[in-house]
Design a protein around this ligand. Structure first.
Ligand code: HEC
Length: 221
């Protein structure tokens, strides 16, 4: 019946294209439908966590760390449940990463704590002997950019309908309200830290980058 098709390279190519495109759409489309994402329980980042995410990108953590657990036993034994596409619903841009010089960080919030991160970021090799991860002492000096994080949150709320201010979701409010909320979240983290420099700064209303990035790392679950 399709003999003529096999003898006609042009229509054959078109036929192959249609078959592959159809199969592709059937596999990919469900992931784009609203009902398939986000996974229940996934929340947008708070302003403080977003500021930490900016530090993560700025300091190129994603050059050495992935955030994508593959569905293999060796990975789920080590990192926990494999990643689902709906868990990335509020990640802009996603930080899957393409190289694992260090371990995956998708669920690092489940097994590392604030004080552990504080010591590790200051000097990784002291906590994990032989670690080749760089030190990040400047994070204890630089102040986190809460205003830019607020601007991003407000933008994705307006443009992509990210559900800030909905019941059970992080509150955004005005810039002043968001800053007050970020300070409150920072206080909870700094209570578990020991750096006098970071504590002093918080009393002046300054949130150091280290506090923001720990807020972000703790949120990765
Ligand atoms: C040059 C590559 C490199 C860069 C850049 C890097 N890391 Fe690492 N990281 C590592 C390696 C290697 C390890 C494993 C040894 C260790 O724990 O120190 C690691 C471990 C970690 C761990 C512990 C994970 C676990 O499961 O024990 C965390 C958390 C972490 N890195 C966060 C960061 C953050 C945040 C940044 C960016 C500020 C960053 N890393 C940048 C290489 C890197």
């Amino acid at each position: 019946m399709f003999h003529w098709l096999e003898r006609n390279p042009f229509f054959f190519a078109v036929g192959v294209f249609i078959v592959i495109a159809y199969a592709g759409i059937v596999t990919i489309l469900p992931d784009f439908m609203n009902s398939a994402r986000p996974v229940v329980g996934t929340k947008p980042y708070t302003v403080l966590q977003l500021a930490g995410r900016h530090v993560y990108i700025k300091d190129s953590c994603n050059a050495c760390h992935s955030q994508l657990i593959r569905p293999f036993k060796s990975e789920t034994d080590r990192y926990g449940m494999y990643s689902l596409s709906g868990e990335y619903a509020y990640d802009r841009p996603f930080l899957w990463g393409s190289k694992r010089t260090g371990p995956d960080l998708m669920r690092v919030g489940n097994y590392r704590t604030t004080d552990w991160h504080e010591n590790h970021m200051l000097n990784p090799a002291e906590i994990v002997p032989g670690s080749i991860m760089p030190k990040y002492p400047h994070m204890f000096k630089n102040v986190a950019d809460i205003e830019t994080a607020y601007a991003e949150a407000l933008t994705v709320k307006k443009v992509f309908n990210v559900p800030y201010d909905k019941s059970g979701m992080p509150k955004l409010g005005t810039l002043e309200e968001a800053k007050a909320q970020a300070l409150k979240e920072a206080e909870e983290i700094v209570a578990n830290m020991k750096s006098p420099e970071v504590k002093e700064a918080l009393k002046r209303g300054e949130i150091k980058e280290i506090v923001a990035i720990i807020a972000y790392l703790n949120s990765l679950k």
